[in-house]
Structure formats: structure tokens, C-alpha cells
Design a protein around this ligand. Structure first.
Ligand SMILES: [Zn+2]
Length: 290
């Protein structure tokens, strides 16, 4: 008997993660394709098509794509993804549907993440859910009353948490200027006088090097302030935190501790959890195609 599946694609700046997902939200098969930083748009689209064709099995109901930055969901246009330089108003849905002959949906990656947590993840059966992704930037998706809140911009990364550090957006004091992967990497590189560093190395160093530990602790503390603000505003049942930075042991826990110091006015503590799967990008993207 022919079975039905979905394909979820998480578009990162350095790789495409794709997966075949069954209708219960189980990842059946995965594929990662690295993207050259100089790759053209055509080349990247070709890689997406390759991934879908490679994973395709029985009947594919839809392909969901999660991408950083603003997305025109109705028309399926990636406005200007921050991790894909040179992409401007790319009608990804139309281009891919022409090539694949399968329905394609695209959405912001943090929206995908929040929907995945709500539909099949840690927030199953909850109604008010915030998903926060801490990667090189910080973004959020909000589910309120069981519905993805598209009118919320999800720009938690540019919420002002104090008035010192300059942010890449031009504002002063954004959360992203304290807690993002890019900022943590920059500080650790400066500390160790290194040209490059990976999040895995930082996660390792944070266990032994007290100065790295301090950089990470400060970043987690700032994230806690941002999450407290989010909690005071929305009072969600859960805030799930995912993204590359959460691979640092204790990062989310430290943010949770800080946040809960600041929300004593609320009746209940805010439940802040670390996303419990590495596949949330794939699952999130596939769940938008449900
Ligand atoms: Zn900013």
C-alpha cells in the first residue's frame, strides 16, 4: 500500500537539512547538503530539488521549508533571508512547485519551530507556546490560543534588554547583541585570539575555561532577561529554546533560572525547556505542510 509522507527542509546558512517525515512526525530518513558560502541562488535551489528527489518515497503530500528571516507565507516568497546573502524576494514556492510538482510551503524557521513544538513536540496539547531559536541570530515564533500568531513579528532578538551593546540592526542594547551565537563566537575568538571557532568547540571550552564559561554565562543571563520579558507579555505555558547555542551544556537552564527571578509577579513560574530533538528544523518545516 502506498503510504503518505511529508518532506521538511531546514535552510541554514551553511547547510540544507532535509528529512522524510511520516504523518506522526517521525523522521524516517535524513540528508544534509553543505552550502558553499559563494553558492548561487540557482545552485542552492538545485540542491533543494536534489534533496527532495533523493528522499521522495510513496506519496509526498507536501514539502515544507523553514528559512530564517521574513517570509511572505501566502505567496511563498523569501523576502531577504539573513543567512543567504543576495537573496531578495525569491518566489521559492513557485520555483520549487514548477520543478517538483508537489505542493510547497515556506515559513520563517522560528514559526516552523513553534508549530512543531505545538503539534508534535514538547508543547503538545498546550495552547500558548513560544519557540525561540538561538542560532547566529535569535528569533521567535508564537502560538497563542492554539494558533500561530502571524501578526507578532517574532523579533525577540531585537528586543531591547539594556542600553550598552550595539546590535547589527543598528539599535543599541538588543538581546541579539548579548546572547546570539554570532556574538558568543566573536567574544570567544577575541579571547583566544583565533580566526575561526565552532559552537562545538565553545561548548567544550565552556566546561574548562573559566573566561569562556563567563562569556557563556553572561549570554545565558541576557537571554533569561529576554525570555522573562516574553513571559511577562504573553504568559505562555511553555517557552521552548532551540538552536545551535543550546548545545552548550547548561545554557538553557541558566537562562531559565535568570528568567524566573524576574517573573515573580506571575502566578506560576515560566516553564523554559530545551528543545529535545536535533531534528526540530526538519520537523518544524514538515509540520507546516500538515
Ligand atoms: Zn538589533
Amino acid at each position: 500500500m502506498e503510504r503518505e509522507y511529508l518532506i521538511g527542509i531546514d535552510m541554514g546558512g551553511s547547510e540544507i537539512n532535509a528529512g522524510l517525515v511520516d504523518l506522526n512526525g517521525k523522521v524516517m530518513k535524513k540528508l544534509t547538503i553543505p552550502i558553499d558560502t559563494k553558492a548561487t541562488k540557482a545552485k542552492i535551489i538545485e540542491s533543494i530539488v536534489f534533496a527532495v528527489n533523493k528522499l521522495k518515497k510513496d506519496k509526498i503530500l507536501g514539502v515544507g521549508i523553514g528559512i530564517a528571516g521574513a517570509v511572505d507565507v501566502r505567496r511563498g516568497i523569501a523576502i531577504a533571508p539573513p543567512n543567504l546573502p543576495g537573496w531578495k524576494e525569491v518566489p521559492l514556492k513557485r520555483i520549487l512547485e514548477d520543478k517538483l510538482k508537489i505542493p510547497v510551503l515556506i515559513d520563517n524557521d522560528a514559526n516552523c519551530f513553534a508549530i512543531a513544538e505545538y503539534k508534535i513536540g514538547l508543547a503538545k496539547k498546550m495552547q500558548n507556546v513560544v519557540g525561540v531559536l538561538v542560532n547566529s541570530g535569535i528569533s521567535s515564533g508564537i502560538v497563542l490560543g492554539g494558533k500561530l500568531c502571524r501578526t507578532a513579528s517574532g523579533e525577540i532578538g531585537h528586543m531591547t534588554i539594556d542600553s550598552r551593546e550595539k546590535c547589527s540592526c543598528g539599535n543599541i542594547g538588543c538581546l541579539e547583541a548579548y546572547s546570539s551565537g554570532a556574538v558568543i563566537e566573536r567574544k570567544v575568538k577575541k579571547l583566544l585570539n583565533k580566526k575561526t571557532i565552532t559552537m562545538e568547540e565553545i561548548a567544550r571550552l565552556a566546561k574548562t575555561n573559566s573566561k569562556v564559561k563567563k562569556i557563556v554565562a553572561d549570554a545565558a543571563c541576557a537571554l533569561g532577561i529576554g525570555l522573562a520579558n516574553m513571559a511577562l507579555l504573553l504568559n505562555p505555558e511553555i517557552i521552548s529554546v532551540g538552536g545551535s547555542v543550546t548545545s552548550i551544556k547548561g545554557f538553557v537552564e541558566a537562562a531559565e533560572k535568570e528568567a524566573n527571578k524576574r517573573v515573580r509577579i506571575l502566578e506560576n513560574k515560566v516553564q523554559i525547556v530545551k528543545a529535545n530533538t536535533e531534528d526540530y528544523g526538519i520537523l518544524g518545516a514538515s509540520s507546516i505542510a500538515f
